[in-house]
Design a protein around this ligand. Structure first.
Ligand code: NOJ
Length: 569
């Protein structure tokens, strides 16, 4: 772990010996960049990104101006759900490298002043995990079986699943096992794929394992954890039938799930996070827990970030809000009210590895409401990419002006669109396969990102291999093509991040401004006026000094689908 406080005049290396005063912690206003390891940079040339590849490219993120990186899972895993099916929580999967590669990544990131957040997957593990294999071998009634949720089936011979729960990825949430002697056995619960058995969080043994996993990574110097399915760990006592089974349409369905879904947002789950908060408190420096909890309304999501629980919770209500001024004003108001009521910042986000990229979402006829099932060749609503990118740039400029923290997803700084034209045979998302292709799923936002226009695989991989094919349009969107071009999306992001830091917008306060009309989101944060024109006619450019514009301006006015930042005194 580097201990030096500064390595350049521009940034300070991360030093865990120092904690900020309460209320000043870095995560309250940080911009965190999500790296999806298999699609970021491939150093070995096998077509799958890896840790060494990430390390070699970290300087580009420093230049971009983010404060931290979150790495999606790189742990040992058979990769049936792209690493969200973990078979060893304390080791690196060989496709991504080794623990030594992780240490090198952490050191390089910390030296560059970038914090490192890793992904924790506590709702389920891989069915290949020794814990599950031991549970299968140990037989009925054993302590090993009690680590998971095994139940007898219904019907005369237990041939029907124990209840009517459906997998988020489609199909039944239960799979029946065959005992060692060949007889049909009980069923185990998997809210996701059948290769992802859910843990029994009523069992103290499970609590202890996860404390140890947290300490393993904290001892290794990580700055925090993004917690997968943080609303799902506890299931309602008795595992009752769900009253109304929603048609499964991927993760985004969960956000509209009614309160009474017996596997989401059960009150006991909060005790787990209080326990983990205490574990993090054993460590110096400001470490962070970020909840992936698809919970509505926002006042309920805010329960995950009460002062003795987690620190951040992705604001998925914001992510799901269409490009509409009234809707945006109201979700921003609701967010600030809900999170500040518990002393937490709002954690803004527009894209991640589970949703259609926002540059394509905003080009749909739904104006950005996330299609739960992804977009593919046969989708009826295909995005207008030009319109989508224009709105996405305006949306990002609005988001980065808001007080609180924000997450960016790799490639959005390049304006990458969702890749729609992927052949069925290259798709890997289990939700595509479990629904027989009815749900396209998430591969379209996971295509390896372009670094250099002229390099093989656009610089993703020296061998030219890429686990998902990259579309030709990536040549125009590669990082080197955009670098230094003031009109590019990359330079827009870079400028916005620098100005956000310079004006301390992340720790500011929002005041709405009147007089711009209903179809405009106009606000002031510290000395910056922000105007997002979401209407159908240009609006006057506010007086002051222009800091940022998400697109070309007209003489004295802000065109539609454009956001500006103007400094006033
Ligand atoms: C949420 C993750 O973001 C997603 O990619 C994964 O498939 C599910 N949780 C299951 O772990």
């Amino acid at each position: 772990m580097p201990n030096e406080t500064t390595t350049s005049t521009e940034f300070a290396a991360i030093d865990h010996r120092r904690s900020a005063a309460p209320g000043q912690e870095w995560w309250r206003s940080a911009v965190i960049y999500q790296i999806y390891p298999r699609s970021f940079a491939d150093a070995t040339g096998d077509g799958i990104g890896d840790l060494a590849g990430i390390t070699s490219r970290l300087a580009a993120l420093r230049e971009l101006g983010v404060d931290a990186v979150w790495l999606s899972p790189f742990f040992r895993s058979p990769q049936r759900d792209a690493g969200y099916d973990v078979s060893d929580y304390c080791d690196v999967d060989p496709i991504f490298g080794t623990l030594a590669d992780f240490d090198a990544l952490r050191d390089r990131a910390h030296e560059l002043g970038l914090r490192v957040i890793v992904d924790l997957v506590p709702n389920h593990c891989s069915s290949d995990h020794p814990w599950f294999q031991e549970a299968l071998a140990a037989g009925p009634g054993s302590p090993e079986r009690d680590r998971f949720l095994f139940r007898e089936g219904r019907g005369e011979n237990g041939e029907l699943p124990p209840n009517n729960w459906q997998s988020v990825f489609g199909g039944n949430a239960w799979t029946r096992i065959t005992e060692a002697d060949g007889t049909p056995g009980p069923w185990y619960l998997h809210i996701f794929d059948s290769s992802q058995p859910d843990f029994n969080w009523k069992n103290p043994w499970v609590w202890e394992q996860f404390r140890q996993i947290l300490r393993f990574w904290l001892d290794r110097g990580v700055d925090g954890f993004r917690v997968d399915v943080a609303h799902g760990l506890m299931k309602k006592e008795g595992l009752p039938d769900i009253v109304e089974v929603a048609e499964s349409g991927g993760l985004a369905d969960a956000i509209s799930a009614p309160d009474e879904v017996p596997y989401w947002a059960q009150p006991e789950v909060h005790e787990v996070y209080r326990d983990w908060h205490r574990v993090l408190d054993e460590y110096e420096g400001d470490r962070v827990l970020c909840a992936e909890a698809w919970v509505e309304p926002l006042a309920k999501a805010a329960l995950w970030v009460r002062s003795d629980e987690m620190h951040q919770a992705f604001n998925f209500s914001y992510l799901g809000t269409p490009w509409n001024a009234a809707r945006l004003r109201s979700v921003i108001d609701e967010s600030i009210a809900a999170f500040s009521a518990v002393g937490a910042p709002s954690t803004w986000v527009l894209s991640n590895h589970d949703v259609v990229r926002h540059s394509s979402r905003y080009g749909l006829s739904t104006y950005g409401a996330a299609p739960a099932s992804g977009i593919g060749p046969k989708s009826e609503d295909k995005p207008d990419d030009v319109l989508g990118l224009r709105r996405a740039r305006a949306a990002t400029a609005l988001m980065l002006a808001l007080p609180g923290s924000a997450y960016l997803y790799q490639g959005e700084e390049l304006g990458l669109p969702e890749v729609i034209e992927l052949d069925d045979h290259v798709r890997e998302d289990p939700s595509f396969h479990r629904t027989n292709g009815e749900v396209y799923g998430r591969d379209g936002c996971r295509v390896p990102i372009p670094w250099e226009t002229a390099a093989s695989a656009f610089g993703f991989s020296s061998s030219g291999e890429s686990w998902l094919p990259q579309p030709p349009v990536f040549a125009h969107l590669a990082r080197d093509r955009q670098q230094g071009d003031p009109a590019s999306t990359l330079e827009l992001y870079r400028a916005a991040l620098a100005l956000r830091a310079e004006h301390a917008l992340g720790t500011g306060e929002l005041a709405w401004l009147d007089g711009f009309g209903d179809q405009v989101v106009a606000l002031r944060n510290r000395g910056v006026i922000v105007v997002a024109n979401i209407g159908d006619a240009p609006v006057p450019l506010p007086e002051g000094s222009l800091l940022l514009a998400s697109g070309p301006l007209l003489e004295g006015s802000v065109p539609v689908d454009t956001t500006v930042w103007v400094a006033v005194n």
